[in-house]
Design a protein around this ligand. Structure first.
Ligand code: F6R
Length: 256
């Protein structure tokens, strides 16, 4: 069941489970792709990794396989990847995207973009600027999908990230590394850096949908939805976006 909470600083949709919530987001994404396909236009999606969007990708794959939705005119840009990490590493976001979404749909390989986690350090600035330019050249992001970290990050825009930040190399917060550490066996093996779209890059998307599930996200959700806009939690900047919404389950919404 959907409950709309419009008395918040950001519109919130509350669903009973992550699965039902994700189906609703998938329907919205699929409807835009379908419309643009019929009009002969491309659709540009900004995509996230992590556990949050898994149900969304599963549902979009189902719509592709069962209902025939084509991704041939879809262009995607992922938010981020660890740096450095090999694309063959099962913990890389490149690998994640291939496994959970890209290899199951008919997107053209050249239309899938993710910051290159193998580039040498001296190329980072130029390559990050190129990433921004490629997004602009594609016409800009139509729908940006986001998760949220316990630090309030969107992408890997950790506390301290400014409103005008762009795609760049960032140092990961200790809380983010603690949360990722079980995937890398130890904190020592957990990456210290990532390449991420900036807050300004994300805020240029025409529409933004942030999804969050579970009790562990409820505190940060309450903070960024009810609190003031601050670079201490980059998701709070979404309060000033004209077309952003939070799609939450009953647990992540529990402190609102
Ligand atoms: C991932 C990303 C991050 C995650 C966030 C939540 O591409 O940019 O901001 O969305 O860390 O991660 P999960 O979904 O694993 O809780």
């Amino acid at each position: 069941m959907l409950i709309l909470m419009s008395n918040q600083k950001i519109p919130v949709e509350k669903y009973s489970t992550p699965e039902i919530a994700s189906k609703s987001v998938a329907k919205e994404v699929a409807a835009l792709i379908q419309k643009n396909n019929s009009d002969g236009k491309n659709t540009v999606l900004g995509l996230a990794t992590g556990s949050t969007p898994l149900h969304l990708y599963k549902e979009l794959i189902r719509i592709h396989k069962e209902d025939g939705l084509s991704f041939k005119n879809t262009i995607t840009f992922n938010l981020d990847d660890y740096y450095p990490i090999s694309q063959d590493d099962p913990e890389s976001y490149y690998y994640f995207m291939q496994q959970h979404f890209i290899k199951h749909i008919d997107i053209l390989p050249e239309n899938f973009h993710i910051p290159d986690s193998n580039m040498p350090r001296e190329s980072i600035e130029i390559e990050c600027a190129k990433y921004e330019q490629t997004i602009k050249d594609s016409g800009g992001i139509d729908i940006q999908i986001l998760g949220i970290g316990r630090t309030g990050h969107i992408g890997f825009n950790e506390p301290g990230s400014s409103r005008d930040s762009r795609t760049r190399l960032v140092e990961l917060d200790k809380i983010t590394r603690d949360d990722a550490c079980s995937n890398f066996n130890s904190l020592e093996n957990t990456p210290k850096y990532s390449l991420t779209m900036g807050v300004a890059t994300i805020m240029e998307a025409k529409k933004i949908i942030l999804m969050a599930w579970g009790k562990s996200k409820s505190e940060i959700i309450a903070k960024v939805v009810k609190g003031s806009i601050t670079n201490e939690a980059s998701a709070s900047f979404l309060q000033s976006h004209p077309n952003a919404k939070f799609v939450l389950d009953k647990d992540s919404v529990s402190r609102l």
